[in-house]
Write a protein that binds this ligand. Structure first.
Ligand code: PEP
Ligand code: MG
Length: 845
């Protein structure tokens, strides 16, 4: 059988590539090129490892010749990607009775015992596959060594192998086979490795870390893993090997001078200074912040390995921006090094990953970030608690429009029902509140005001919990949090993203607070202002209800006249905040009965306010109840059946526009008609809007400029977009309703079975969460194409929740959309995603 000889000494000029020898071999070659004191090292290629696993023998003597005579050896895995793991490293190969005696002379008996024991244990477990428990003991080292050698012999019926070449060949073969094992393969595939991913192995002469003069090992990095800011951290442990210094706190030293205890800087200033110098060299040469694994042997420094520093998302941004600002990498590369989704971790507090997690319940991660507070079970209780200055978490079966003020008062939301576009999820994302929905293993008991967790524990109103909206979990108590990080690095990165992206990003913003958030995240404008939320405030709700109860058009107009100044103020404030950036205002959309009370108490209060008999109010509310309100009298249908509402809204928009003009700023408002399905709807609404515009212009004597557009949310609107485009300056796809209507799937109820559907592969993902590019996407393409054919200047956008989703942004960009619009807190992710898409070509160069 032919011997395996496909290995090479890691020298500056050797042919070594990540794709053939793995990241570790390549990284070590770079360290060698940077003239770091790396002990002699040999790299085995993926092919060599495959051959060893298949049973081909190793040319061990050729390999050991490359390392030099009489060395102890270690082997470490080198897959193509650091994340893909690999078998554990094996140290001290070559230890034998003879070697033990020699080392006892040179390094002392205790050191020799420790080295031998470590190898016997690793060989017994990894090569002979003996039970690891057999070798765990707290005996003194010398005794443990004798015990381990005996146990090996008893279990295998042969003495512990003494020839270095055989030991090495056995270790390499067993590591190669471990890589081919089913569990190892599944584990790496879960991390994105392809089925046929290869493994390289790195064989290195050992620098011992044990000796008479100062010897030991440690790790050093030059930035803080949490913040990414410059800071030397790590540990060093005298008379140790590998990463023991990190594992064993006891006796390990700080690196830099530290009031808490002795440091390497004081103990070994020479190697310490050299390490600091090498840190700068590796940052420049490897174009990355690295953690250096080193050994000091009899006072001499050796660099064994270097790993990319582990980091939080926040640290990743700080590190990438600093590297680009220092000219180490290009800005484009800094952008590509940050996963867009990771940015949402910077916008909110996060549960500290280093802390303990006591999970009460799991659900859908509907809005990211962490929030802590006392449990409340009603919107009213949330308001009361927030008025007392206490933080609270609103727990509901599901939320409804009348809960919105309570949601504003809460720090986080947890609901038993609902999916990604349920009321709770949409509002929470808009408000930037951490939110978990669809926590169906939770039992919410409103009557005795308790909730039962998935493990049966009972929580009462007032108990403190934490919502982790990033992971979709609720936790008991208040674990430690990491603060948000909107620092200079965050903004620099996003400005670089803006410079390269080629699709616009606006925000969905309904309130002044949303609009201010949109500015904080530098959205280019508002792509969707849902006006209905403006009518839920206490002083407006009653007038709204009077309007709904009016029988005659004149009475409706009278109530709306009282709403007009409030609505005008809303728009003035919004335009002021947006400071000339475009604002797209959607006319009133929901079914009217959403504004009516649902409970008997609420009906009584309304009867009092309206001075009507309770029976009349009850009858009226019942008569307005629709079997299928989402497909009933809402959106433009309401605008046509009760045109006074839209008249009032557009008048408020126009008057606000002129008022802003008087203050010296220019706004061109965009007015959007919701839930359109027929051309005639647009014609009717347009005629009335034009009439109001003419009236306002005549009264004020100032010309008005505005843009009228259609929200495409019904399949028919998408199919007939050519008709709609004749009267529109823009079309904006409302993919929440469009998904609902394309699938015939209720966006409020789908959460109940979505888990089962996704699990069984009916849908690859919740289509309210990830745009269905095949079905709904086809309607988007048809709509955009037919609209543009009739009106080439048409602006096309998406404003459903999908707008902030990286896959949807990619789809919309490829389809030639002008912009996407999403919740303010998703704007940074959208900006970076758009930049990544534009950089595709740069990446492939
Ligand atoms: C939509 O339907 O996609 C949309 C943005 O409108 P809403 O969510 O308010 O129905
Ligand atoms: Mg809609």
């Amino acid at each position: 059988m032919q011997k395996v000889t496909d290995f090479v000494s890691i020298t500056p000029t050797a042919t070594i590539a990540v794709q053939s020898h793995g990241w570790r071999a390549k990284c070590l070659q770079r360290l060698v090129r940077l003239q770091m004191p790396v002990p002699p090292t040999v790299a085995l290629s993926f092919d060599a490892v495959r051959a060893l696993a298949a049973g081909y023998p190793l040319d061990a003597s050729a390999l050991t010749d490359l390392l030099g005579p009489g060395q102890l050896i270690c082997v470490r895995p080198s897959p193509e990607n650091t994340e893909w793991g690999g078998p554990s490293a094996v140290l001290n190969i070559g230890m034998s009775e003879a070697c033990h005696s020699a080392l006892s002379e040179t390094h002392g008996r205790e050191a020799a015992d420790a080295l031998y024991l470590r190898f016997v244990q690793a060989y017994a477990v990894n090569v002979a596959r003996l039970d690891p428990d057999m070798f765990e003991s707290d005996m003194p080292t010398a005794q443990a060594l004798r015990f381990a050698l005996r146990a090996y012999e008893d279990e295998t019926d042969e003495p512990f192998p003494q020839e270095a070449e055989r030991q090495l060949a056995d270790v390499l073969r067993s590591m190669s086979r471990a890589w081919e094992g089913t569990s190892a393969r599944l584990l790496r595939q879960a991390k994105g490795a392809p089925a046929e991913a290869g493994l390289g192995l790195v064989v290195q002469a050992m620098a011992l870390g044990l000796g008479q003069v100062e010897s030991g090992s440690g790790v050093m990095q030059f930035v803080d893993s949490t913040t990414g800011k410059p800071r030397v951290t790590g540990r060093y442990l005298s008379q140790s090997q590998g990463r023991e210094a990190l594992a064993r706190q006891e006796g390990s030293l700080y690196l830099t001078r530290d009031p808490r205890g002795p440091s390497l800087e004081e103990l070994c200033p020479g190697p310490f200074d050299e390490l600091i110098r090498l840190g700068a060299v590796s940052r420049q040469g490897l174009r990355e912040e690295m953690q250096i694994e080193f050994t000091i042997e009899n006072g001499h420094l050796h660099v064994l390995d270097a790993l990319k520093v582990a980091r939080t998302s926040r640290a990743a941004v700080t590190i990438a921006v600093a590297l680009a600002e220092d000219g180490v990498i290009e800005r484009e590369e800094a952008l590509l090094r940050i996963q867009p989704r990771a940015l949402s971790e910077l916008l909110h507090p996060q549960v500290d990953p280093a802390g303990e997690r006591d999970v009460i319940v799991k659900g859908i991660a509907a809005s990211p970030g962490a929030a802590q507070g006392r449990i409340v079970f009603s919107a009213m209780a949330a308001q009361a608690m927030s008025a007392r200055g206490e933080a609270c978490i609103l727990v509901r079966r599901e939320t409804a429009p009348e809960d919105v003020r309570g949601m504003h008062a809460a720090k986080g939301i947890l609901t038993e029902r609902g999916g990604m576009t349920s009321h709770a999820a949409v509002i929470a994302r808009g408000l930037g509140l951490p939110c978990v929905v669809g926590a169906s293993s939770l039992r919410f008991n409103p009557r005795d005001r308790t909730l039962t967790a998935m493990d049966g524990r009972i929580f009462h109103e007032g108990d403190v919990i934490t919502i982790d909206g990033t992971r979709g979990e609720a936790l008991a108590g208040a674990p430690g949090l990491l603060e948000p990080a909107l620092d200079d690095a965050f903004y620099s990165l996003l400005h670089w993203a803006d410079a390269v992206r080629d699709i616009g990003v606006r925000a969905n913003a309904d309130t002044p607070d949303d609009a201010r958030m949109a500015r904080v995240f530098e959205a280019e404008g508002i792509g969707l202002c849902r006006t209905e939320h403006m009518f839920f405030e206490e002083n407006r709700l009653t007038v709204m209800r009077e309007m709904i109860f009016a029988d005659r058009s004149e009475d409706r107009a009278e109530a709306l006249d009282r709403l007009l100044p409030m609505q005008r103020e809303d728009f003035i404030e919004l335009f002021e905040i947006m400071d000339g950036h475009p604002v797209c205002i959607r006319l009133f959309d929901p079914p009217l009965h959403e504004f009516l009370p649902q409970t008997r108490d609420g009906m009584r209060e309304l009867a009092e306010a309206l001075d009507r008999p309770l029976s009349e109010v009850t009858r009226r509310v019942e008569s307005m109840t629709e079997f299928n309100p989402m497909l009933g009298m809402r959106g433009v249908r309401l605008g046509i059946a009760m045109p006074e509402i839209y008249d009032m809204q557009v008048r408020a928009i126009f008057e606000a526009t002129l008022e802003i003009g008087r203050r010296g700023k220019r706004v061109v408002p965009e007015i959007m008609i919701p839930l359109v399905s027929a051309q005639r709807e647009v014609e009717l609404v347009k005629a009335r809007i034009d009439a109001v515009a003419a009236l306002v212009q005549a009264r004020m004597g100032v010309p008005l400029d505005f843009r009228l557009g259609v929200m495409v949310e019904t399949p028919r609107a998408a199919l007939r977009s050519g008709d709609l485009a004749q009267h529109s300056a823009f079309l904006s796809f409302g993919t929440n309703d469009l998904t609902q209507m394309t699938y015939g799937l209720s966006r409020d109820d789908a959460g109940r079975f979505m888990g089962t559907y996704v699990q069984q592969g009916v849908y690859p993902e919740d289509p309210f969460h990830r745009l269905d590019t095949e079905g709904v996407g086809e309607l988007l393409l048809i709509g955009a194409e037919r609209g543009k054919r009739v009106n080439p200047g048409l602006t096309i956008s998406i404003c459903g929740e999908h707008g902030g989703n990286p896959e949807s942004i990619s789809f919309c960009r490829a389809a030639g959309f002008d912009y996407v619009s999403c919740s303010p807190f998703r704007v940074p992710v959208a900006r970076l995603t758009a930049a990544h898409l534009a950089l595709e070509r740069w990446r492939r160069r």
